[in-house]
Design a protein around this ligand. Structure first.
Ligand code: ATP
Ligand code: MG
Length: 499
């Protein structure tokens, strides 16, 4: 009996213990052996603190190598890793801790007095942005050899809360096999090997940075340039000795703002991957002009890990998220049946990647996870004749005005193409006659942009019912740390426009 996930993630450490896993600007390198030694000591520490298999370890800390070791250590001791966004307030942490009842809570020392009263029965440890704190203080004294606690394919390794874009965050229960199988598929599809150096600038409280980036690097025996957060200059500095970058779309738009992003600077890179939010076609094209690389866009979510990806060798089609991953079934459904090619419906996926249900939400789980394994993602999409999937938005963002469906993406694409527009978000707000009214929030790229310029296009290109009843200019769209546009916040801001 072995530990299903860690036995796979530690293959690189077994084969090449002296190889550097992480380089860190300004800090010492960390070898594979050191990574897992620290993880084993943390496992020892957690066991000493009374952690039993199946217990949750809730973690709200800055991004450090020690936090990665805490993830591995938790899984090694049979626990369930539960990372929390560092932006969450005390009230939000209280909700997650109340919901997940962890045995242990690890937080930043700066917040320990605020969070301890909210921790319930959990024992609280600290870990700061330098990796120091009560969690790691006595590690050197602990035995670095640790017999992994046996866990099988279907045991839980993590509970990851969704981003809360459409409503209250839900805890997605992820098994050892969910995580291992998906990262293995991605490693193979994206051709990650021990020759790769991945720039790791994503947060590790989210599936993208924690599972896609970290697990793929570990499974490939690759190295990472471990950056504590997004920093365009640090990423540009790393490029000449790196081979791959995983980012959210805002990484790419911000990197494009730097004059240092050139063909020469990106010469050593072989792969740029984007996901977690839609990548504008414009960004894709500008990136290719500047670097000679076509960004590879993929699609996934907390509940399913990654589900689709553009191909590595064949055409990476801008604006699409490519094809289902090997081993992932995907269908696009409307009213109980698969839609015809080119029609819009809700994506459903099935496979080893799909989660085990929402933590303590059996009704929600029953609504979204069918008994035969199909998961209803809530994302609207179409599939073209070549099989490429295009996300057109979320079912919850669909606007129904006067009984007609309006897909925000159609308007956003049209508006984004108007010269002088940087980007836009189209939302539905309550309206006494129409139920919902279409509102377009537009971010100008050119300060001289006028409402008339937008109206001239929408009034001629769109059916009357789709035309925005109001156009609002904003300096920027509200986004969370993963670059996701917060339409919920926009709908709240403009809820009384027509009420
Ligand atoms: P919540 O479920 O709490 O409302 P969330 O869905 O934003 O939050 P995540 O699981 O972090 O939480 O995000 C998954 C969602 O991100 C997907 O359902 C999809 O809407 C969006 N997404 C991910 N990748 C892409 C992509 N490449 N293009 C468009 N949308 C994407
Ligand atoms: Mg979601």
């Amino acid at each position: 009996p072995t530990n299903y996930l860690v036995s796979r993630l530690s293959l690189g450490a077994d084969q090449t213990p002296k190889k550097v896993f992480a380089t860190r600007p300004g800090l010492s390198d960390v070898t594979y052996a050191e990574l897992f030694q620290g993880a084993q000591q943390l496992a020892q520490k957690l066991m000493g603190a009374g952690l039993q298999p199946g217990d949750r370890v809730a973690v709200q800390v800055e991004k450090t190598l020690e936090a990665v070791q805490l993830y591995l250590g938790t899984v090694l001791v049979g626990g369930i890793f539960l990372p929390l966004n560092t932006a969450y307030t005390g009230a939000e942490v209280a909700y997650f801790v109340g919901d997940a009842t962890p045995r242990i809570l690890v937080c930043d020392p700066a917040r320990v007095s605020e969070l301890t009263p909210l921790a319930g029965d959990a024992t609280v440890y600290t870990l700061d942005k330098a990796g120091a704190g009560s969690l790691t203080a006595d590690l050197p004294a602990l035995d670095p050899s640790f017999e992994p606690v046996a866990r099988g394919a279907n045991d839980l390794a993590a509970i990851l809360y969704t981003s809360g874009t459409t409503g209250r965050s839900k805890g997605a229960m992820l098994s050892h096999k969910n995580l291992a199988s998906n990262s293995e598929s991605l490693r193979d599809l994206w051709r990650f090997t021990d020759q790769d150096v991945l720039i790791h600038a994503l947060p590790i409280f989210h599936t993208h940075g924690l599972f896609v980036a970290t697990n793929v690097a570990l499974l490939a025996g690759a190295s990472v340039v471990f950056l504590p957060k997004f920093d365009a200059e640090a990423i540009l500095n790393a490029m000449p000795r790196a081979t791959a970058l995983m980012g959210v779309p805002t990484f790419y738009t911000r990197l494009l703002d730097s004059p240092r992003l050139t063909l020469e600077q990106a010469k050593n890179m072989r792969l740029f991957i984007s996901g977690s939010a839609p990548l504008l076609v414009d960004t894709h094209e500008k990136w290719e002009e500047r670097t000679g690389h076509r960004i590879l866009e993929r699609y996934g979510m907390t509940e399913t890990n990654m589900s689709t990806s553009n191909p590595y060798d064949a055409e990476r089609r801008a604006g699409t998220v490519g094809f289902p991953l090997p081993g992932v079934e995907l269908r696009i459904m409307d009213e109980g049946a698969e839609v015809a090619q080119g029609e819009i419906g809700v994506i459903e996926v099935r496979g080893d990647n799909v989660f085990q249900g929402y933590w303590q939400m059996p009704e929600k789980t029953a609504e979204e996870l069918r008994p035969d394994g199909w998961f209803i993602t809530g994302d609207l999409a179409t599939r073209d004749a070549d099989g490429y999937v295009t996300i057109v938005g979320r079912a919850k963002d669909l606007i129904i005005t006067g009984g007609f469906n309006v897909y925000p993406k159609e308007l956003e694409s049209l508006i984004d193409d108007i010269p002088g527009v940087l980007e836009s978000a189209v939302i539905g707000v309550p309206h006494k006659d129409f139920g919902e009214a279409v509102v377009a929030v537009v971010v100008p790229a050119d300060p001289a942009l006028t409402l008339n310029q937008i109206e001239a296009v929408t009034a001629t290109q769109l059916a009357k019912f789709k035309q925005p009843k109001k156009i609002i200019f904003l300096p920027e769209l509200p986004r969370n740390t993963m670059g996701k546009v917060q339409k919920k916040a926009l709908r709240e801001d403009y809820s009384s426009l027509f009420a």
